[in-house]
Design a protein around this ligand. Sequence first.
Ligand code: HAX
Length: 445
Amino acid sequence: MARLKDKLYDKIERERPRVNKLLKEYGDVIMDEVTIAQVLGGMRGIKCLVTDISYLDPQEGIRYRGFTLPEVFEKLPKPKGAEMPYVEGLFYLLLMGEIPDDKDVEELQDEFSKRRVLPRYVYEVIDAFPCCSHPMTIFSSAIMTMQRESFFAKKYRGGISKFEYWDSTYEDALNLLAKLPELATYIYAKLYRDGKRIQSNPDLDFGGNFAHMMGKDKPYDDVSRLHFIIHADHEAGNVSAHAGHLVASSLSDIYLAISAMINGLAGPLHGLANQEVLRWLLELYDKMEGKEPTEEEMKQFVWDTLNAGQVIPGYGHAVLRKTDPRYTIQREFALKHMPEDKLFKYVDMLYRVVPDILRQQGKAKNPWPNVDAQSGQIQWHYGVQEYDFYTVLFGIGRAIGICANIIWDRALLYPLERPKSITTEMVEAIAFKKNAKRSKKEIAD
Ligand code: HAX
């Protein structure tokens, strides 16, 4: 992969002085103020992470390397006859910050193809899992099992300069990403298809090969490309991205970091929400015996969930304050390909009723749908109905973005992450001291 790696090296050489200058000449500049509510509230909104791979605007949604999602879908090269672009092209964009040409994508496709074969022991590890293990647990563990292949770990043990860390990290990232479709589809085959796996086809692209190994016809190849691309990154502070970055910052290799990233994604407030949406929708579907509910019935179902002290899965967001563009893109796909699908009609009706209800309830800062409100229904439509598997699909996409992030973390020599914690007593001391000042000022006023 000389061409991409050479280009990446040139870019790294150009980027390093920017970070050095900021550190050396502007290191004392204050960037943010932090309130007690932010510290006790999951660090919401504190500006303390840096990534150039993506940026999330609360109103507009995600941009990958400065491109909105509609721009990404319009500009990236597509396989012949396909509606959706190459996943390989997206990886190139995230890594390099430029739209690749056909040759760039072809080279990357070739590179993934050469690295795609899973070591034998990975199948054995998956086979050995006890029944009822969640697919995300198997996915994470299988990635961990391959840690012994880490090129970075071997190089580090042999002794290398920190300026070379990115190189073996890059090799690990490509080796791991290339294997994820085969790994995930084997987990699917093992759990839901009596272990009958379909051999990969080295001539197909990342998304096409995934669809092939899932045993799905067109347009599931486009569904896969769409799914992996929209899930790739959501700036640095979400749980999965942050977990990946945090673990990698101790110079743990890609296998350890991506496994940690997958573990963070497996929580119901994050990636597992796509599974929860389907589970919740099917509860109503069963109750209605497949009939379309009236808006009143749907509203009641939503209120019942809220009144039971549960969240509405697929709605709300820690940063976004508008409908997630990842939801909109999938909705447009569904409107084009499956407007009459019964479950799509449920999803569509939820879009009409949930935001008003959440506003009436008055708790959620963002009443609009996020990516997970729509993704599972599309999978369901194409026959992937084992909804416990949906977060694995999310994980494949997210690994693409996090690998690009970790390569750049190493390239720019970002250090071990180590924020400071204090005790509740110390927080109280800060709070009461500030309040004492405020009271004095209020009296003076
Ligand atoms: N349903 C019911 N209540 C909700 C809600 C929802 N969808 N979204 C937020 N709230 C509630 C919160 O639980 C919180 O209640 P308390 O004050 O009682 O604790 C209150 O509204 C304020 O929360 P917020 O500030 O608006 O939201 P947070 O930043 O704390 O949390 C979440 C963001 C995504 C976790 C939240 O909106 C949620 O739980 N949504 C449902 C689960 C979901 O869809 N998760 C996936 C999010 C996208 C993603 O990461 N995908 O991977």
